[in-house]
Design a protein around this ligand. Structure first.
Ligand code: GUN
Length: 317
């Protein structure tokens, strides 16, 4: 995997691997890799525009959850930067489910809309699965529709893969990590990250062909599973739960967690941390994603990528 770290592992001093004598792992820079993906996307947007197609993404935000509002704003900005048409539809929290479904119907029928994203979580009086099923799978750039979930499961490439796990795979591929035959342990079994991540890592495709274990809240001996892993994917939503002592020397660590923890020592009063205890894991791993600046920036980049592909596929170009 990472030659330098492997050498260090063999000599039993993984904690001092790498050129920096205090840290083992190299960082996987999601901000830089995300920029490369968005540059490719912008090129594809130019190609499509020359054919008279401007890829368009419509994001629907119901209610005023502050975190969702931040995500939605950054999606709109990324669309603009990529030369795409970005639209945000804001609906009040007391919108009826029928009204939201009618909105989805309208977007399904609009030829200028290639990608539809309904921001989750939805208010409690709405059934997310019903809303997701209402979308045309061809426009479901989140990859949440059962048709897209099924296509990923059977390895069909024309469906859409959820953006966060797709971004995590892109990080592995672009960082030169050879996943073939490796033991990958995913911690977390959500529909948005854990399950699609397992499908991608076991797929016969770049970033795949790994031997995959999915751990969850009922897993016995979680640390034992993680300790065997050549690749660890943390997607549990528990701040800094995976510590360096649980990680095999030289492993690659992908931290999908984004958790806010109180920290009176900084002006904002909080810090963003992952599901991995970064300082201790970094001493042992060969490659690790930081939080923030790892998987996070990839999610939006992959959303843009999915949207331009939706536009090309719908137009048949
Ligand atoms: N809320 C948090 N992450 C996501 C995502 O990837 N897609 C949608 N639709 N909502 C989210």
């Amino acid at each position: 995997m990472h030659a330098e770290a492997q050498t260090q592992t063999a000599s039993g001093s993984a904690a001092s691997a790498g050129s920096d004598s205090t840290h083992g792992a190299q960082l996987i820079d999601g901000t830089a890799i995300g920029r490369l993906v968005r540059r490719d996307v912008a090129e594809e947007v130019e190609r499509l525009k020359a054919l008279g197609i401007t890829p368009g993404l419509s994001v629907v935000l119901v209610g005023d959850d502050p975190a969702s509002a931040v995500y939605v704003r950054s999606k709109g900005k990324a669309c603009e930067e990529a030369g795409m048409r970005g639209e945000t539809i804001r609906l009040p929290a007391d919108t009826s489910e029928d009204a939201l479904l009618a909105q989805v119907d309208r977007l399904n029928a609009d030829p200028n809309v290639h990608g539809i994203l309904v921001q989750m979580p939805l208010p409690r009086h709405m059934a997310a699965d019903k809303v997701i099923r209402r979308m045309r799978p061809e426009k479901d750039v989140d990859g949440f529709h059962p048709v897209n979930v099924g296509k990923l499961s059977i390895g069909e490439r024309d469906g859409f893969v959820p953006c966060t796990p797709a971004g995590a795979i892109e990080l592995l591929v672009r960082s030169g990590v050879d996943t073939r035959g490796k033991d990958a342990v995913i911690v977390g079994r959500s529909n948005i990250v854990g399950k699609p991540m397992a499908a991608l890592l076991m797929q016969d495709a770049p970033g795949g062909n790994a031997t995959v274990t999915v751990c969850h809240s009922r897993t016995a001996n979680l640390a034992g599973h993680i300790r065997r892993a050549d690749i660890v994917v943390a997607a549990i939503g528990r701040p800094e739960m995976i510590t360096g002592d649980m990680i095999k020397p030289g492993a690659v660590v992908i931290d999908v967690g984004i958790n806010r923890v109180n920290d009176a020592s900084v002006p904002k009063g909080y810090r963003i941390v992952g599901d991995v205890h970064f300082a201790s894991a970094r001493d042992v791993a060969s490659l690790i994603t930081p939080v923030p600046g790892g998987v996070g920036p990839m999610t939006i980049a992959m959303l843009m990528k999915n949207t331009v592909r939706a536009a090309a596929q719908i137009a048949g170009v």
